[in-house]
Design a binder for this molecule. Structure first.
Ligand SMILES: [Zn+2]
Length: 333
């Protein structure tokens, strides 16, 4: 199989901006605030479609139905559907203060959806940007509810100024938000279950506030989870770093200095997804070359004979690589 490029889906959001175009060179419509680019999705809200090559026009759902073993590989149990939702987020304004349910609370409050664990890698942050990742110690259901009533919820949240290269893992049940001009690469379980606690007293284009889900959200919070501290990686210190390992995925980072290449031998035999977050790079397979510009997301099927990534250009290239969890951690999930 060959590497697969999908058509991105740009989702307007009240909190979105234009950074997907200005910083990632995405071809956004001329006007509008876009919060999300869905790079690869099997979620029914938007199913990705192959953009190029012999499979152009094929949906990811069909692709998975016919070729799951060749795409995913045979070393691990094959998921019934594509197991990740891969996005970029431009949080010009703030995301609602929100929580995602786990599988149990999703079944109760979000019929048809599954739980959602997600991870962010910060690609760019304005000086005023903030990430909120979890609750401060001592915050319980009573104090959070009171703060929401008084409009002082920010005081309950663990907030920090993000830096390019910060990586956070947000388990289901972790209260979170982001905004003030921050561009994120996101990988999550394929679910659109978001429960809003607070929406910054904003109104939508229709002049109405977006719905909150206070009781469901409070019932979905993992009160023992505490706050999440980012793991920082400066993107260029080493050629390869493992940024995150969790029961659902791994996040790798590869940096290529000018003229360098990096072998993909460690990634053979399992599906991986590669995102060019700085510069441009070329993927070499046993019979072809694929030039990938900034902002490109490429799925590398397990059955693809990929050799290496090479740097194109003098300023180096940085890529994120999403891979399946280690076989032992995936069984533990
Ligand atoms: Zn979220």
């Amino acid at each position: 199989m060959e590497p697969i490029l999908f058509e991105p889906f740009y989702r307007p959001q009240i909190w979105g901006g234009r950074r997907l175009a200005t910083l990632l060179k995405k071809l956004l419509p001329a006007a509008g605030q876009f919060g999300e680019s869905w790079e690869i999705s099997g979620h029914p809200l938007h199913v990705s479609v192959v953009a190029e090559g012999a499979l152009a026009g094929t949906s990811l759902a069909d692709l998975w139905q016919w070729h799951a073993a060749e795409i995913w590989g045979r070393r691990r149990p094959i998921p019934q559907a594509f197991p990740w939702l891969i996005k970029f987020l431009d949080c010009e304004d703030y995301l609602s203060v929100q929580v995602h349910p786990n599988d149990t609370t999703a079944a109760r409050f979000c019929p048809g959806e599954r739980g959602k664990n997600e991870a962010w890698v910060v690609l760019h942050a304005e000086p005023e940007a903030r990430l909120y990742t979890g609750l401060r110690s001592g915050v319980d259901a009573t104090s959070l509810r009171q703060a929401l009533e008084e409009g002082t919820v920010e005081r309950c949240l663990h907030g920090f100024r993000p830096r390019r290269g910060d990586c956070v893992y947000l388990r289901a049940g972790t209260v979170h938000a982001a905004g003030g001009g921050v561009l994120l690469a996101e990988i999550q379980q394929p679910s659109d279950a978001t429960l809003r606690l607070f929406d910054w007293n904003r109104v939508g284009p229709d002049g109405k506030p977006r719905p909150l889900h206070l009781e469901a959200a409070l019932a979905s919070v993992n009160w023992g989870a505490g706050s999440v501290t980012p793991r920082h990686d400066d993107f260029i210190q080493s050629q390869h770093a493992l940024l995150l390992e969790c029961p659902h995925f791994q996040i790798h980072r590869i940096y290529l200095a000018a003229g360098e290449s990096a072998s993909l031998a460690d990634f053979r035999g399992a599906m991986s997804v590669w995102v060019v977050i700085q510069g441009q790079a070329t993927l070499r397979t046993s019979h072809d070359c694929y030039a990938c510009s900034l902002g490109t997301t490429l799925l590398l099927p397990a059955a693809c004979e990929a050799e290496d990534w090479r740097c194109d250009g003098r300023e180096g290239a940085t890529l994120l690589g999403y891979g399946p969890p280690m076989p032992s951690t995936s069984q533990a999930s």
